[in-house]
Design a protein around this ligand. Structure first.
Ligand code: SF4
Length: 200
């Protein structure tokens, strides 16, 4: 038998453990212990994360092996959720990975969008664009809309300095600092309609 050093230790370790368990609990329990699969987070690097779905902000732990996410679960040390996650939070792992219905193997989620998609007014098809194009285009359109609709006073002559043609909708994936900056920008350019997805 061609057995590596690592394989030898695994085999002898497993045999010893099975033997010891058989001694203490009997052969049936030892057999059950032998068939327990290795933990999928064994040897993984853990990083804390925040759930992307709502403003409760539950904490999670991402387990990564060789650059691949192998598990995502609630963080027991997080003060908000103390390890628990709701059904949406529990399904976060499947944003990136899903099980192939044909093979049962873990694969990258084919439905996940990782590129900018743009559908021009009146067009039926989506085009792939890069981020530089998208950010420049968004900035250009915000500026044009603001310039065309900005009002310094209302119908009663009261100073308002606003545009009512732009709305700002925040998302739960934004952290405090990002929200602070986005609010600053929105108010600085005169946006008054500022909302958050979690209140809708
Ligand atoms: S969606 Fe669920 S798990 Fe995620 S932050 Fe909200 S309550 Fe927590």
């Amino acid at each position: 038998m061609n057995l590596s050093r690592r394989g030898f230790f695994k085999l002898t370790g497993a045999t010893f453990a099975a033997g010891a368990l058989a001694e203490v609990f009997g052969p049936a329990n030892a057999l059950a212990a032998e068939s327990v699969p290795e933990l999928r987070i064994q040897g993984a690097t853990e990083s804390p994360t925040i759930c992307c779905y709502c403003s409760v902000g539950c904490g999670g732990i991402c387990s990564v092996i060789d650059g691949e996410l192998v598990n995502l679960e609630g963080d027991p040390d997080h003060p908000i959720n103390r390890g628990s996650l709701c059904s949406k939070g529990s399904a976060q792992f499947n944003i990136r990975n899903v099980y192939d219905p044909e093979t049962g193997k873990l694969i990258l989620n084919p439905a996940r969008q990782t590129k900018v998609k743009y559908r021009a007014p009146g067009a039926a098809e989506w085009e792939e664009k890069d981020w530089d194009w998208a950010i420049t285009e968004i900035a250009k359109r915000i500026k044009a809309t603001r310039d065309a609709t900005y009002e310094t006073t209302d119908e009663n002559g009261v100073t308002v300095n606003r545009t009512e043609a732009i709305g700002n909708l925040g998302g739960a994936a934004l952290d405090d600092e990002e929200c602070y900056l986005i609010q600053k920008l929105a108010r600085a350019i005169g946006v008054t309609y500022i909302e958050h997805q979690a209140r809708i």
